[in-house]
Design a protein around this ligand. Structure first.
Ligand code: C5P
Length: 231
């Protein structure tokens, strides 16, 4: 099934992840692999999930000097992933280097997204600890614009910020949004959330959904509900 619903596979081991994916007999959902799983299992888990026919968003949020990020991105690109990300705060030079590193010999490359401000950073901490003035919204727009100027494909942001990013950077600039909950499901630790259908209306191109699917009694039914609501 070709859908822009990405399941956040926040599991601690390959074994748990494969047991979860085995439940999807017909669908091959797009999956997100984050730091916990990647650092526990290494590149082999990416190769295996790719071999099983899933598209992969590798959510490692790189942030280092341009040369290091360029070389790391070249390694990740060779794993045949479909989407990867970095911190826009690493500067335009770092983002441009990342793009170069990601581009394969045949000219293809995974989608490259920038993280603007983490949704866990409050405006007060951004002012006091990061010494960034202005509002979070201004900062998100500014970082999104820098990412666009560096040639990136889009940003990871809150679904509630997706419309603002589209207005600022244009429709073609991708927005990939976590913080998704069904209208009748638990909120967990997420704060700025919305439903799949509302995320679509606001302007999300892809939604990233974790616990509403992974912790559901019937994960396949929850995934299909998400796909339908986001369609
Ligand atoms: O379980 P839940 O649906 O909250 O999972 C959301 C996923 O998106 C998690 O993997 C989380 O780390 C990630 N994420 C997020 N907020 C961000 C960036 C990433 O929730 N700003």
């Amino acid at each position: 099934m070709n859908s822009n619903v990405i399941i956040a596979c926040d599991f601690a081991s390959a074994k748990e992840t494969y047991a979860f994916l085995d439940r999807f007999a017909e669908e091959k959902p797009f999956v997100k692999i984050g730091m916990e799983l990647f650092y526990a299992e290494g590149p082999s888990i990416v190769r295996e999930i790719h071999r099983r026919g899933h598209k992969i968003f590798l959510d490692l949020k790189l942030h280092d000097i341009p040369n290091t990020v360029q070389k790391a991105m070249a390694v990740l690109s060779s794993l045949d992933i479909d989407m990867v990300n970095l911190h826009a705060a690493g500067t335009k030079a770092m983002m441009e280097a990342a793009l170069q590193g990601l581009t394969r010999e045949d000219g293809t490359r995974p989608i490259l997204l920038a993280v603007t401000q983490l949704t866990s950073t409050s405006e007060m901490r951004m002012h006091e600890e990061l010494l960034i003035n202005g509002s979070i919204r201004d900062c998100v727009c500014h970082y999104a614009q820098m990412a666009q100027e560096a040639g990136l494909d889009g940003v990871v942001c809150s679904p509630l910020e997706a419309g603002m990013v589209k207005k600022h950077c244009g429709k073609a600039f991708l927005t990939v949004t976590p913080g998704i909950r069904f209208a009748d499901s638990r909120v967990d630790d997420q704060v700025r959330i919305t439903t799949p259908s509302r995320a679509k209306e606001i302007g999300s191109d892809f939604i990233v959904v974790g616990r509403p699917i992974t912790a559901a009694a019937d994960p396949v039914a929850a995934y299909l509900r998400c796909v339908e609501e986001f369609a």
